[in-house]
Write a protein that binds this ligand. Sequence first.
Ligand code: CTP
Length: 408
Amino acid sequence: MQRVLLIIGGGIAAYKAPELVRRLRDHGLGVRCLLTSAAAQFVAPLSLASVSGDRVYENLFDLTDEAEMGHIQLSRDADLILVAPATADIMARMAHGTANDLASTTLLATDKPVMIAPAMNVRMWTHGATQRNLAQLVADGIGVLEPDDGDMACGEFGPGRMQEPDAIAARVAAELSGEVLRDAGTLQGRKILVTAGPTHEPIDPVRYIANRSSGKQGYAVAAALAAAGAETHLVSGPTQLDDPKGVNVTRVETAMEMLAACENHLPVDAAIMTAAVADWRPVDMAAQKMKKSHAGAPGLQLVENPDILASLSEAGPRRPALVVGFAAETENLETYARDKLTRKGCDWIVANNVAPETGVLGGDMNTVHLLSGDGEETWEKMSKTDIATRLTARIGAALQTEKQVSTK
Ligand code: CTP
């Protein structure tokens, strides 16, 4: 049985800890609880002991605890450490490597995967100090279960609410089942093409047709693939984003340029098409800025752009072993996405709802469905970075079962 060490921080969300223990156990995981001294004010050790079926650990300087089960042993006995709720204070101590109680000492002594589920007041969460600590924790390889938006115990509304216990438990179970790729190098030797961002289709020298894509999801996918060892080529439309680390980036403006840049990179083992390519472009770009005239608004003649995803999915010697499309829809998500899978001939479609109320366009969180010829999965709401990591793991697994494609 795989074991989770649940470190409970001292915040109001600690009252959800017994429920979280139950949900983790529903996934067949063993759970041992460790309470910070502040957490013991919010949740009774006795209730945790009864739901976990184990004793509860509390204080570094409790000599019985150290004699029976030191902080090193607590870490050794766990397959994963989950900090939930992760308060601003615990995050700060983790980011700085302080070791002044049993929780922080165990976290510093561990070489096991660590995940945190932050929970705090919205202003504490958005404060520069917390965001700096968060960035440090992400850089240290710690998995973050981003807090939800919602009403808070303090009477405010915004991001800072701990994710629900069933969502946290599902993520921990997925991590432990190996669905999440940890070992950089799994995609070593693979060449992967990613498209991202919008395209701009010029009307005249100063005007263009564009869309609201920020490119964040595609950049996160490219970064995750590169971190997993793939030779990653990102063909990006215009975005505000910096080049992801370790990724070869080609910047383009139009759909026609994006297609040409993609073809230049072939052959590749996999192609992940996240770009929001403009469906149409003006037939001719006016050579000079169009001027208003008394004749009224100019008619805009449009012509359809080539479909890059469909063209890369065409059977032939240069078809990548795995072609993944993205579908952004505002209604009938699954029907439209499945239709795209068939129509475009790709292997998977990652479908997401981009209706304005979801905040997906330009935001950091997303809820996606992964569709393939075999079936369909719904992934729980998570950050675009976490989606990229999970998708990378799936790509790694799929390529291992495909025959090796020559990339040179
Ligand atoms: N795509 C592409 N080239 C295009 C249009 C779309 O490569 N000219 C790719 C996108 O990168 C994405 C997938 O196709 O992976 C679906 O994009 P989407 O814009 O949702 O599909 P469309 O074919 O444009 O369908 P519609 O606009 O009718 O929803």
